[in-house]
Ligand binder design. Structure first.
Ligand code: ZN
Length: 159
């Protein structure tokens, strides 16, 4: 079966950044499962998988704009230190920030005497990503999966 709209696709992948550092991999784990055409995975990779079939392998580099998006400056903010209840702020700390659009996961990128800089961009925003992919299997989605718009069972949702 060929990967097209509504197909359930299971694939193995290794993800590397521009410097060749491995960021993530399904090696030794279950393959990742997604429903094609439902934005379950980044758009650039979904596009590349279109028309492939079980057993196909490929290495593709996805531009940031087609992956987790470009880094957005407005998601980087300087906040007065007095806004934080704790004294201990350090670079690399992660926490949930309340915003008008709901909670956003941010990371501390700079700490000064007066201010703390936090970055709410996705950790992979602004990065071109290379995927080494092997399509494990392709099957039809069940009625229930179609109505939910995602995969159930191994590699997918359990609910
Ligand atoms: Zn579901």
């Amino acid at each position: 079966m060929i990967i097209s709209e509504n197909a359930v696709v299971l694939f193995h992948y290794t993800l590397t950044d521009e410097s060749g550092n491995e960021l993530d991999s399904s090696t030794g784990k279950d393959p990742l499962a997604y429903m094609h055409g439902h934005k379950n995975i980044i758009p650039g990779l979904e596009k590349e998988l279109d028309g492939k079939t079980a057993g196909d392998v490929m290495i593709v580099t996805i531009k940031a704009a087609e992956a987790y998006g470009e880094t957005q400056d407005e998601r980087i903010q300087e906040i007065p230190r007095t806004s934080f209840q704790t004294e201990e702020m350090s670079v690399g700390m992660r926490f949930e920030a309340k915003t008008p659009n709901g909670p956003v996961s941010v990371v501390v990128t700079e700490v000064n005497d007066e201010t703390v800089t936090v970055d709410g961009n996705h950790p992979l925003a602004g990065k071109d990503l290379t995927f080494d992919v092997r399509v494990d299997s392709v099957r039809e989605a069940s009625e229930e999966e179609l109505s939910h718009g995602h995969v159930h069972g191994p590699g997918g949702h359990n609910h």
